[in-house]
Design a binder for this molecule. Structure first.
Ligand code: GDP
Ligand code: MN
Length: 384
């Protein structure tokens, strides 16, 4: 039906449909898997590698770069090499990319972290987790081992792919002029990022950036502004998010424009992205402004909302690719192509989700029903 056609044309389409033999005819992209891990995570790393190899890399042989703020031991290195069908490099993350920068007051930062621990903010009291989030927000792409690469695919311990990926996602992203790819978007825990949006929207405003369609994905719809959902179990000082009355310093020229973060973010433990975007002046200015606020210590800003809000401020919808054909799971959250969850993306511009327009929503549901049928014929084929 024409209505559905119309919607589907607006959608960011999957790169490849149909059950394919792995296409390895083209030369590889300048790309690598990146895995940040610790020695004690070896089992989880192997689980991930087996899955990556089984469903993709046994045909494509992209190299792996392992990073660690400590030293990898021999067991880790030897074992990991056995499971890779490609070259493997191991790198140390130095203190220039991990830990407190010299302009922070470590005592204040540590107190901030302890406070979040007391308030039971998820990972809030874990200092190393804060360091990890900051590393993945503002540094990984400049690690010496990654400088030679133009693209990266992030892998974590304990992930599972459950569909064969029979095309090269890097090449498809290049071909289609994409910058950033995701499989899952979810809502962040509000108490981990109470002030993040103040800074992100201030960055956008101070740099006169106009939304290119993606920003709206992260903004709570105005017409739906209910009473702020407060969690009474969390202390006020962590939840305060109005300008002038919070733990983080005020921002120059601050004006809230009435926009609120809807907590949506790309779940960055899966990420296929162009490193030159992260290395761009704009992205690094963004990171620096976010970093200087102290939000990586006084709150527990994750790299996922950082990457997402940077994309919202700097990229256009057409720069983003939703890998809805990639079956992926990490811990309790998964994306299964067989029931492509449009509802996991609140107000996604990809999905034309509007809570108001019931007709549109019905059209969208219809679209996804059709899409599922298509799937029976092969999208996300060879799932196992
Ligand atoms: P979660 O997925 O948010 O629960 O966080 P994880 O514990 O999986 O951490 C995210 C990624 O960072 C994983 O690849 C971990 O192996 C890695 N990671 C987390 N903390 C550290 C750390 O202190 N050192 C190192 N080397 N890697 C870490
Ligand atoms: Mn993880």
């Amino acid at each position: 039906p024409p209505a559905i056609r119309k919607i589907s044309e607006k959608h960011d389409k999957v790169f490849v449909t149909g059950c394919l033999e792995p296409d390895t005819s083209q030369p590889r992209a300048n790309a690598a898997f990146v895995i940040l891990a610790r020695n004690k995570e070896l089992d989880g790393v192997l689980q991930s590698m087996k899955s990556v190899e089984r469903h993709f890399n046994r045909w494509y042989h992209y190299p792996y770069v392992f990073l660690n703020d400590g030293e990898f031991n021999e067991t880790f290195k030897e074992t990991v090499q056995k499971y890779a069908s490609s070259t493997v490099e191991f790198g140390k993350v130095g203190p220039d990319m991990w830990g407190y920068p010299d302009w922070t007051d470590e005592k204040v930062a540590k107190e901030g972290i302890a406070k979040q621990g007391d308030a039971a903010v998820m990972y809030g009291g874990l200092e190393s987790y804060h360091h990890m989030c900051r590393f993945y927000s503002g540094f990984f792409y400049n690690h010496p081992l990654l400088l030679k690469y133009e693209w990266y695919w992030r892998v974590e311990p304990e992930i599972t792919y459950f569909c064969d990926i029979t095309y090269d996602p890097f090449l498809k992203m290049i071909e289609n002029n994409k910058t950033y790819g995701f499989t899952i978007a979810v809502k962040e825990l509000r108490e981990t990022v109470p002030n993040i949006f103040r800074y992100a929207s201030a960055y956008k405003r101070l740099n006169n950036l106009k939304s290119q369609g993606l920003w709206e994905m992260f903004v709570e719809p105005k017409e739906e502004k209910e009473e702020e959902k407060k969690d009474p179990t969390l202390p006020e000082e962590i939840m305060q998010s109005e300008p002038g009355s919070n733990a983080l310093p005020p921002i120059d020229g601050e004006a809230m424009e009435g926009e609120k973060y809807n907590m949506c973010h790309f779940w960055s433990n899966f990420e296929i992205a162009k490193l030159s975007w992260f290395r761009s002046k704009e992205y690094n200015d963004f990171f620096e402004m976010m970093d200087r606020s102290g939000g990586f210590w006084m709150e527990r800003w994750g790299d996922a909302p950082i990457h997402s809000l940077a994309a919202g401020a700097l990229l256009a919808t057409r720069d983003i690719h939703y890998f809805r054909d990639i079956g992926y799971r990490h811990t309790t959250i998964q994306h299964c192509p067989a029931n492509a969850p449009s509802r996991q993306l609140p107000r996604s511009p990809f999905l034309e989700m509007t809570t108001k327009d019931e007709k549109k929503r019905q059209e969208e549901d219809q679209y996804w029903e059709d899409w599922d049928e298509e799937k029976e014929n092969g999208v996300g084929c060879r799932c196992r």
